[in-house]
Design a binder for this molecule. Structure first.
Ligand code: UT7
Length: 327
């Protein structure tokens, strides 16, 4: 059975920066509060005329270039997003057309901040089963389009961006070792965008009631659940492969809060120099945060062939996940 190896990475962040000082002018907050509670210094904002596929396209092109592949080589495009261009067609289909990846099947998947690792699990399964040989997987989001700019509990946290990887069937030892995926729908209301679906279809009343914007009900509870769940998922992954925490060369977690990332690193016993951190400059980019951090680590030359990379994520749904990769 072949393994799925990542042969190229790419990312794209829109150039416009929104600083904590900018947010102080919008809501009752302070640079000091945002920095100490979240670690975020600034985040990127997509322009009004750009949608998720615009960011995804640039990340995909960078990943394909790094992989040395042409879009027609792709068998499948998966886009993990909770901010698709529109309910349908999928952002993956929009991307398939814009790339000219005419041989590729295409679909979106919705698992919020865990979406990229869920997508890795799907891509790995498709490649191992022989259904696809070459898969383009993205985490791509424009969360600032669904943020309530009057809600200080959420509007300071999120940013826009896209990250991409190209996976290819490989006969060697390298590739995705495993993915572990989890969900608890009973706590779905903690992180929710309740409107503009079939429950509360688009209407003036739904928009006026604030249902078209993201809500976080209990950030502190989410915080604690996130640390515990990612720790469990990480340890399960290591145990399955008979690996120790000391075998991990890089820990790349979803970037929701610097304190969550640090707490996870400390509980697992992974030293700081092995932990990737991008939240300071990009905020929380949901499904995009892990592939963006991975791409930055790879392009900086920090991730070397044969090293063990541990990915962990937690997000709305609730969903959480881990993955181990031999790079
Ligand atoms: O990506 C998906 C997963 N998401 C997460 O993992 C997010 C997890 N949660 C968190 O990162 C943190 O819980 C937050 C950053 C959201 C909040 O930090 P916290 O330390 O848990 O603060 P808190 O919710 O306990 O709120 C403390 C206080 C409250 O005031 P009172 O009630 O104590 O008077 C909030 O109203 O901070 C207040 N507050 C703010 N103050 C200034 C909330 N947001 C702000 C703000 N500026 N932007």
């Amino acid at each position: 059975m072949p393994s799925a190896r990542i042969i190229g990475t790419g990312s794209y962040l829109p150039p416009k920066v929104l600083t904590n000082a900018d947010l102080e002018k919008l809501v009752d907050t302070s640079d000091e509060w945002i920095l100490t509670r979240t670690g975020i210094v600034e985040r990127r904002i997509a322009p009004e005329e750009e949608a998720t596929s615009d960011l995804a396209l640039r990340a995909a092109q960078a990943a394909l270039e790094a992989a040395g592949l042409d879009p027609v080589d792709l068998d499948m495009i998966l886009v993990a997003t909770i901010t698709p261009d529109m309910p349908f067609p999928s952002t993956a289909c929009v991307l398939q057309d814009r790339l000219g990846a005419r041989r590729a099947a295409a679909m979106d998947l919705s698992a919020a901040c865990s979406g990229f690792i869920y997508g890795l699990g799907m891509a790995d399964g498709l490649i191992r089963a022989g259904t696809a040989r070459t898969v383009l997987l993205l985490g791509a989001e424009t969360l600032t389009k669904v943020v309530n700019w009057q809600d200080r509990n959420t509007c300071v946290l999120f940013g826009d961006g896209a990250g991409a990887v190209v996976l290819r069937a490989d006969e060697g030892e390298r590739g995705i070792l495993s993915t572990h995926l989890y969900a608890d729908g009973s706590k779905g209301s903690l992180l929710i965008l309740p409107g503009c679906g079939s429950r509360h279809p688009v209407s003036h009343a739904a928009v006026d009631a604030g249902l078209a914007k993201m809500q976080m009900n209990g950030g502190n509870e989410v915080f604690k659940l996130a640390v515990r769940a990612m720790e469990d998922a990480a340890l399960t992954a290591l145990k399955q492969h008979g690996l120790e925490v000391s075998d991990v060369d890089h820990l790349i977690t979803h970037q929701a809060n610097l304190r969550i990332i640090s707490a996870l690193g400390q509980r697992l016993g992974v030293p700081d120099h092995k932990v990737e951190v991008t939240i300071r400059k990009y905020g929380n980019t949901s499904a995009a945060s892990i592939p963006i951090a991975l791409d930055e680590a790879v392009r900086a030359g920090r991730v070397k062939a044969g090293e063990i990379v541990l990915l962990c994520a937690f997000g709305g749904g609730l969903t959480w996940a881990s993955s181990l990769i031999r790079w």
